[in-house]
Write a protein that binds this ligand. Structure first.
Ligand SMILES: NC(=O)c1ccc[n+]([C@@H]2O[C@H](COP(=O)([O-])OP(=O)(O)OC[C@H]3O[C@@H](n4cnc5c(N)ncnc54)[C@H](OP(=O)(O)O)[C@@H]3O)[C@@H](O)[C@H]2O)c1
Length: 192
């Protein structure tokens, strides 16, 4: 089916779903997944974060401030409130879900549409939402904690045939912060 709609210059080619079109239309920007994961890819346990690394929280704020942030309903509910200075977008399949100071998106396409004026939207978790966005994400800002933790939510495996490490900064354990961790940036080198 070829569909041409001249009013909004929308052209859909054979086998192209509307969602593919929305993603292509916005390809001049960078969709970044930002996460902190342990050596065993742990992200969270019982709907809470596992560690508290001040420098990581500062970095998270510095990178995301002023931008759109997309998160899953469970992550939103794990936070005391919407994050200030950012456009909070919550993904849920529940049409009745209400979130104070946040916008609701019922699918990935709706979430992306809400970020279309932002050239660097962020996906901030949790596990389900990272997995959902691995295919269309362009960059991963990962804080890798060099320890193993018990968890019930995990970051998806990073396939090094698809992602290339372009930056890494190691932070050794200190008396104040007994966990060692690295800030790592991956860029997508190949479409999935
Ligand atoms: N370490 C980190 O960097 C980090 C970052 C963020 C979160 N976390 C942790 O991760 C855990 C939460 O992650 P999680 O995987 O359990 O949940 P989540 O990804 O935060 O949210 C899952 C929810 O998102 C909605 N959802 C999922 N796929 C969807 C889709 N295709 N369309 C529309 N809605 C969709 C569903 O909401 P409904 O059920 O309402 O339909 C689903 O229950 C917590 O422990 C949190 O502390 C860690």
């Amino acid at each position: 089916m070829d569909q041409i709609n001249c009013n909004n210059i929308k052209i859909l080619y054979e086998n192209e779903k509307p969602m593919d079109f929305e993603i292509k239309k916005m390809k001049s920007r960078t969709v970044t997944l930002i996460a902190a994961a342990s050596k065993n890819n742990a992200l969270g346990y019982k709907n809470e974060l596992i560690w508290n690394i001040k420098e990581d929280l500062k970095r998270f704020k510095r990178l995301t401030i002023g931008h759109s942030i997309i998160m899953g309903r469970k992550t939103f509910e794990s936070m005391p409130r919407a994050l200030p200075g950012r456009k909070n977008i919550v993904l849920t399949r529940n049409i009745d879900f209400k979130a104070k100071d946040a916008l609701i998106a019922l699918d990935i396409n709706e979430a992306l549409k809400l970020t279309e004026k932002d050239d660097q939207p962020f996906v901030i978790g949790g596990g389900q939402i990272y997995s959902l966005f691995m295919e269309i994400g362009d960059r991963i800002e990962l804080t890798r904690i060099h320890h193993e933790f018990k968890a019930d939510t995990f970051f998806p495996k990073i396939n090094l045939k698809i992602w290339r490490k372009v930056f890494e900064k190691h932070n050794s354990a200190t008396q104040e912060q007994p966990l060692s961790y690295s800030f790592i940036r991956y860029e997508k080198i190949k479409k999935i």
